[in-house]
Ligand binder design. Sequence first.
Ligand SMILES: Nc1ncnc2c1ncn2[C@@H]1O[C@H](COP(=O)(O)OP(=O)(O)O)[C@@H](O)[C@H]1O
Ligand SMILES: [Mg+2]
Length: 264
Amino acid sequence: MSTIPLIQARSVSKDFNKGTVQALDNVSFDLDTNQITAFVGPSGCGKTTMLRMIAGLDHPTRGTLSLDGKSIENPGPERGMVFQTYTSFPWLTARKNVEYGLNILGMSRSDRRSRAMEILERVRLDHVADEYPGGLSGGMKQRIALARTLAQKPRIVLMDEPFGALDAQVRWEMQELLIELIEAEPRTVVVITHDLGEALYLADRILFFTRQPGRIKADIDLNFKKGKRIKDKQAIFDFKEYHELEKQLFSMMREEITTSRKQI
Ligand SMILES: Nc1ncnc2c1ncn2[C@@H]1O[C@H](COP(=O)(O)OP(=O)(O)O)[C@@H](O)[C@H]1O
Ligand SMILES: [Mg+2]
């Protein structure tokens, strides 16, 4: 039996600008297969930097970061990313946007088409498959981006504030949709969010980072869900642990921000 964690960060530190900016300091964690982990912490604590390093877009200054026990050097097709801003190509229809990445993977034309339609149906965009993103709402554009990434069946989905630009109501609809999608096709997900309610709803586990330079302040298993993700967002309000944790996370955030203010 293999005991190698899917992703392993060991004493990862990251400096920028020849060491004058320390973004992350001595960060260690393991990520298990098919878990949803939320990275939470004050602005500038290195969440995006950590995610980019997992994606292979940047590298630790010190420490090691590995995938299946192998050092992460480059991006790879087993890791897909979703960003806050809409990343669809405006000159391609929703379907062609989804097919684009599948083409790069070398999938045949008919397989591309059926996989694209399958995932567009899952994100409930099949009715606009032949429309261009420009004419669609923000939520729909972000669903194209999600579909495009998930269509490629990455084992790991890395999301940087994916719903940050959306209105509150569209946002919780997207949160519910993400849970539905991951339940239908299990994936390992890392999602950055500064929305504590979103982290508590989406995640199985929260890694809370300190202010810059980011260290792990808390590693919280959301055991109150008893391993079952919640489909209807409002059902989470019935858990007293949800409210306790939200308060706890809020004071942790306050603590980090207040401490940094004192230092200024
Ligand atoms: N390419 C870069 N060059 C210089 N500094 C950077 C670069 N990327 C990030 N930083 C700095 O590293 C710190 C962490 O940034 P980031 O990972 O974006 O934080 P977060 O996503 O948690 O808000 C910040 O101080 C930021 O200014
Ligand atoms: Mg960021």
